[in-house]
Write a protein that binds this ligand. Sequence first.
Ligand code: SF4
Ligand code: SF4
Length: 434
Amino acid sequence: MTFAKGIFTPHRKSASQAHPVEDARLPGHVVVPLSQHAGAPAEPLVEVGDRVLAGQKIGDVQARITAPVHAPVSGVVTAVEVRTCVVPSGRRAHCIVIESDAEGAVAPSTGTCEVTASSIREAVREAGIVGLGGAGFPSHVKLSPPADRPIDTAVINGCECESYLTADHRVMLEDAEAVVDGALLVAQATGAGRIVLGIEDNKQDAIESMRSAAGDRLEVVALKSKYPQGAERMLIKSLTGRAFPVGKLPADVGVVIQNVQTTAAIHYAVREGRPLTERVMTVTGAVAEPKNLRVKVGTAVKSLIEQCGGFAGEPAKVILGGPLTGVAIPNLDVPVVKGTSGVVVLSSDEVEAAPESLPCIRCSRCVGICPTFLLPYQLGLLAGNKMYDEAAERYHLFSCIECGSCAYVCPSKIPLLQLIRLAKSEAMLAGKTR
Ligand code: SF4
Ligand code: SF4
């Protein structure tokens, strides 16, 4: 089962996929952005000098689309200030800096006694759970569909279709019961009668693990390994046959969608009252020992590289997320956030091998693979000429899911994804949304 178009990328997962998840070392300090999610940034609930317990709520705000943040470690707040980070709202955000006391004193928490749709939503909100696949959309909002858009299907995303990344794969092998229970809670909160988990067929052991854990409680479907199979639109199309137009949400076609790590986090929030202060991520590429690590939010990338034996060779680029959609970071002090699925180090050999960008030769390769049936070369051309309105109005700029496939196949190495992202942000500044 699959979707139309798309690309086949080298998987490059073998370096880390067989490595069981290890707990990363407790960081000496953490930098916790107040906006790790789509929607309103949280406001600080602590001040410089305050002592905090691990799991204590340190930021929140009254807004429909937002998520609180919690202290990943116990210690003392040493700063509340703007720092460089990679979050859905940009590359800088207000952060709370905590110097760890290494005592690990944990704020008290309990699971939800009476598990109802509303208590699930409340527990998920209080735990600060957001989409861990990278989008960072607050999960409690997805679990609260409007009455006029009933949900009949919960789609669980176990694709992890980007090259290199293996964290979700390991979670499906090592924490399958939490994923299944979280999926059942998602269905209970939304009223979905069908639960279907999609996994790419390059993870046969994960398919077996999840089928064994799920029994007849949910469907586990093997999907063709093709990029971007894990993108929301593609996955829903592959598993339900339903397409939803630009500007619409999965709820408009009766679907709620959550990533496998997110469903595991929902399980821990509801059953144990555990806030989201850590996640499993892959650290791989040009490092001495690629690993899957359970990492406290706010940990600096530098510390993770050290725990993987340092760089192997000369690093040219360190990317947060996968190589197609991730973001190259300016320095290694950048912290891990809730949506950080991995750190991929590209060596100077790989990056220097890429030639300079050349003019478009109208080969139409980008058109042939675009999963949303756009004309990427035209979007790139219009963005390059600052014709953002025309890109939005005539060429469906906002239908782009930013999968990066067009840039990947372009023989002229035109940075189409960067151009499209620029065009979107400029068009949005001008008041366009579709
Ligand atoms: S135009 Fe957008 S959706 Fe189409 S291939 Fe490029 S990045 Fe992906
Ligand atoms: S793939 Fe590159 S060179 Fe070919 S049409 Fe698209 S933008 Fe032009």
